[in-house]
Design a protein around this ligand. Structure first.
Ligand code: GAR
Length: 211
C-alpha cells in the first residue's frame, strides 16, 4: 500500500469526516493520512473536528471568487500545494468545474445519501434527498460512494449499501439511519481500497482488484 495524502472537503457538520478520522486512527488506511480539510464556509463544525484532531484546514468561500472557474482554480492550487493524492467530497456542496476533475482523474470520490441512480443529480443534497425518497415511498434507500466526473452524481460507482426505510420515518430519521448504517461504513471502505491501489476504472465501471 503506498502512502497517500488525503484531503476531505466539507460544508457542514462533518460526521463523515469524523468517521474517516476514526478509521484512520484504527489503522484502516495504512500509512495514508488525512492531511487537509477544506471547508466551503467558515464556522462549520467539521473545522472543529479537524482542529481537534490536529489536521490542517482551510476555508475557501465561493463568494470570495468571481466565478466557478476562479474558485476551482483556487481549490486545485490549494490541493496541489498540499501534495494531495485523493480528494474526498464529504458533504461538500459547492459547485466546482472540470479543472478540478482534470487535475484529479479518478482520484475524487463523493458520498451521496441514496442509491444512485435514484434521488441524485442537481438539487439532490442533504435532507432533500431523503424528502424525495419518502415522497416516492421507496422501501429501501441507502448510500453510494462514487468517483466524481463532470456530470453530477454520474461517475463510476465504487460502493453502495442499502438501508431499510421504516414506516413513520421523517427525512431526519432516515438521514440518521443511512449515515449510521451506510455512509460512515462505505466511505472509509472506499478510501481504504483507493489507498491500497485496488480501484480500477474501465469504461465507467469500477473493478476492485483482489490483491
Ligand atoms: C451526508 O449525508 C452526505 O451524504 C450528504 O451531505 C451529508 C453531509 O453530512 N451529501 C450530499 O447530499 C451530496 N449530494 P456530514 O457533514 O455530517 O458528513
Amino acid at each position: 500500500m503506498s502512502k497517500k495524502n488525503i484531503a476531505v472537503l466539507v460544508s457542514g457538520g462533518g460526521t463523515n469526516l469524523q468517521s474517516l478520522i476514526d478509521c484512520e486512527k484504527q489503522g484502516m488506511f495504512g500509512e495514508s493520512k488525512i492531511t487537509l480539510v477544506v471547508a466551503s464556509k467558515p464556522g462549520v463544525y467539521a473545522l472543529e473536528r479537524a482542529a481537534n484532531n490536529g489536521i490542517d484546514s482551510t476555508v475557501l468561500c465561493r463568494k470570495d471568487y468571481e466565478s466557478i472557474a476562479d474558485y476551482s482554480k483556487a481549490l486545485v492550487d490549494t490541493l496541489k500545494n498540499a501534495d494531495i493524492d485523493l480528494v474526498v467530497l464529504a458533504g461538500f456542496l459547492t459547485i466546482i468545474d472540470e479543472q478540478v476533475y482534470e487535475a484529479y482523474p479518478n482520484a475524487i470520490i463523493n458520498i451521496h445519501p441514496a442509491l444512485i441512480p435514484s434521488f441524485c443529480g442537481k438539487g439532490y443534497y442533504g435532507l432533500h434527498v431523503h424528502e424525495a425518497a419518502l415522497e416516492k415511498g421507496v422501501r429501501v434507500s441507502g448510500a453510494t460512494v462514487h468517483f466524481v466526473t463532470p456530470e453530477c452524481d454520474a461517475g463510476p460507482i465504487i460502493m453502495q449499501k442499502a438501508v431499510e426505510v421504516k414506516q413513520g420515518d421523517t427525512p431526519e430519521t432516515l438521514q440518521k439511519r443511512i449515515m449510521e448504517e451506510a455512509e460512515w461504513k462505505i466511505l472509509p471502505e472506499a478510501v481504504k481500497l483507493f489507498c491500497e491501489d485496488k480501484l480500477e476504472v474501465k469504461d465507467n465501471i469500477v473493478f476492485i482488484k483482489e490483491n
